[in-house]
Design a protein. Sequence first.
Length: 108
Amino acid sequence: MAARAFLQIAPGRRVALNGVEWTVEEVHGQLGRLVLLDGGGNAETRSFRWLINHADLRLLPAAEVPGRPAPVSRQPRTLADLTDDQLERARLRAAHARQLVATMSHAP
């Protein structure tokens, strides 16, 4: 497939590769790798690139797994997620942006 839609890779995502169904068991984003688990319990570690470029990749409907969130669920980002230093930098950037807008509104 030449162009793919956005692919959510998260634990619990089910895929089919060459007719074999796999479940994404673990995702190691910092390493660009994931662990796939087949129905027989066999695990294979692969790269994101390998999975995305696989010629016979098919996404399967999500299976309900108790105690695990849906693969596409995400908690929204909030200011509470920022460290004190990040929050201070964000406030400083916002102040600079406000100053720029105020300056530009008075320009001829």
